[in-house]
Design a protein around this ligand. Structure first.
Ligand code: COA
Length: 260
């Protein structure tokens, strides 16, 4: 597929997925969301991709939200479909991705942009980044999982404050409340994301996938997270990588994981 609104580059085992609508501050229109859905499916299938770093094109924005221009003619049914389809096809997919996904937040991450970052497993922000869920300013609320994921990440009080005031917070404030894992200079953003990703990529891929599944279960009311952990833990014992990891430790050498 030829992407119009995404730039995709693979370097080693890292896939860089860049939202590329710079003139609209990378706002997520329908076409971009569709491309994201396709790209995520491809990244999941592609054995050469070990992990994905998502960022925005240009120096100003990660993603400044859903494309507000496309909201104009939506009614109740349309709004429901929009949120339902995109949660299912993109945001939930990222959260449950079996390979690590890191958001490199290089500027504004607002509304659907912050929700995109929230769905990622790890968030790193550059010091110029500004984050917020300003939907109530438009007479809306977040619809791509923001009310849930922000609450899980920073707690109910801060989530409600951010959502109800529509305030944009700085990267430093975002770090303080646990919304982002690190704040670095703009120049150092990608190298910090790569450093963390590379470290993860030296580990056993199936164990990483199991860790993602088990941790995600902590915020899923429909499952017992402890049971999920038991099953994921047990499943690891059936992998070749577990045998390799233990053998490498005992033989005092570096493990060579194959993802099997
Ligand atoms: N949807 C559609 N277009 C958007 C957008 C969005 N979420 N965010 C920015 N854009 C567009 C602007 O309309 C403008 O387009 P134009 O040049 O054709 O007029 C372009 O991107 C640049 O944005 P602009 O507002 O001129 O930049 P700024 O530096 O003055 O302000 C923001 C930056 C992020 C503060 C401002 O763009 C903004 O408030 N955006 C909307 C954020 C939002 O509410 N997101 C949640 C959506 S649910």
């Amino acid at each position: 597929m030829v992407y119009q609104n995404l730039l995709i580059e693979n370097k080693g085992k890292i896939q860089y997925l860049v939202i590329n609508r710079e003139s609209k501050l990378n706002a997520l229109n329908k076409d971009t969301l569709f491309e994201l859905h396709i790209a995520l499916g491809d990244a999941l299938q592609n054995n050469k991709v070990g992990g994905v770093i998502i960022t925005g094109a240009g120096p100003k924005a990660f993603v400044a939200g859903a494309d507000i221009a496309e909201f104009e003619n939506l009614d109740v049914e349309g709004g429901k479909n929009l949120a339902h389809e995109n949660q299912k096809n993109i945001f939930n997919i990222i959260e449950g991705f079996s390979k690590p996904v890191i958001a490199a937040i290089n500027g504004f991450a607002l509304g659907g942009g912050l929700e995109l970052a929230l769905a990622c497993h790890i968030r790193i922000a550059s010091d110029n980044a500004k984050m917020g869920l300003p939907e109530v300013s438009l007479g809306l609320i977040p619809g791509y999982g923001g009310t849930q994921r922000l609450t899980h990440l920073v707690g109910r009080g801060k989530a409600l404050e951010l959502i109800m005031t529509a305030d944009m917070i700085s990267a430093a404030e975002a770090y303080q409340i646990g919304l982002v894992n690190y704040v670095v200079s703009q120049d150092g953003l990608m190298s910090k994301a790569e450093e963390i990703m590379q470290k993860i990529l030296t580990k056993a891929p199936l164990a990483i996938a199991a860790a993602i599944t088990a941790v995600n279960a902590a915020s899923n009311n429909e499952v017992n997270g402890f049971d999920v952990e038991i099953n994921q833990f047990a499943g690891c014992f059936g992998t070749a990588d577990f045998k390799e990891g233990v053998a490498a430790f005992l033989q005092k050498r570096k493990a060579n994981f194959k993802g099997r």
